[in-house]
Design a protein around this ligand. Structure first.
Ligand SMILES: [Zn+2]
Length: 247
């Protein structure tokens, strides 16, 4: 027959295992979010690259359009200039000359615009190359991050498995009725069902217990619960007495 001290120790062990399992489960639960974070990083880098690329394409498209338009306009001016020689009256000559001047000025300003776009294209090209590099880097990083997360998951699953078999073993030494009580309290008290009382203070809720109860705990011959948080309590020094000094 196991003494109450042994029962409480078994319960204490069970609690340790359960808390450790909760931690490992927390690690496992956090992995999908960490994975999503990695994917989001790649997505952002790709979006930045794509944005720069469409800026580049927009610039090229605009330049091509302006250049072909400018070609047509210049042809027109050439045609007008050819026609000048056929004109008979000075008035008509002056009118066409003025048209030609206006068209030439417009063409010059268009040519200037094309030049500006070409300069911008150089900048955009540089930015595009940088974003392409950042994307490649991020993709490479994501690969190794994903691998590390897979390893972390496998490791946590293994630890959880080991804890589960340790728990099954520990649960064997706890009375079924006490185990049921433990499980019931654990569910309602954030996973902590059994806790030490140090001095007069319950370490589950950090409130003081009545002095009479503290004395009862010292005897360690009954299962007691905290009047405030309802957790199973025991006096640390009564259940795990310090080694007796022989000095
Ligand atoms: Zn308490």
């Amino acid at each position: 027959m196991s003494s109450l001290r042994e029962k409480l120790k078994a319960l204490e062990e069970l609690q340790r295992i359960d808390l450790e399992s909760n931690e490992v489960k927390g690690e496992l639960d956090a992995i999908p979010a960490r994975r999503a974070e990695v994917d989001r990083g790649v997505l952002e880098a790709r979006r930045a690259y794509d944005d720069e690329k469409s800026r580049m394409e927009g610039n090229e498209r605009e330049r091509r359009q302006l250049e072909s338009l400018l070609g047509l306009e210049r042809d027109k001016v050439k045609k007008w200039e050819g026609r000048l020689g056929e004109i008979k009256t000075p008035r008509e000559y002056a009118a066409l000359s003025r048209e030609i001047d206006i068209a030439k000025k417009a063409n010059e300003s268009q040519a200037e615009h094309v030049k500006e776009l070409a300069e911008q294209a150089g900048e955009v090209q540089k930015a595009l190359a940088a974003k392409g590099e950042a994307l490649a880097e991020r993709e490479e990083g994501a690969q190794s991050d994903a691998k590390a997360l897979d390893t972390a998951r496998a490791d946590a699953e293994q630890r959880l498995q080991a804890l589960e078999s340790r728990r099954a073993e520990a649960a064997k030494s706890v009375d079924p009725a006490l185990l049921a009580k433990y499980e019931h309290i654990k569910k309602r008290r954030g996973g902590v069902a059994v806790t030490q009382v140090v001095g007069m203070t319950c370490h589950g809720c950090y409130r003081n217990i009545p002095p009479q109860l503290a004395i009862t705990l010292q005897r360690a011959n009954s299962i007691e619960t905290c009047p405030n948080c309802n957790r199973i309590i025991y006096a640390a020094e009564a259940v795990n007495p310090p080694a007796v000094s022989t000095a």
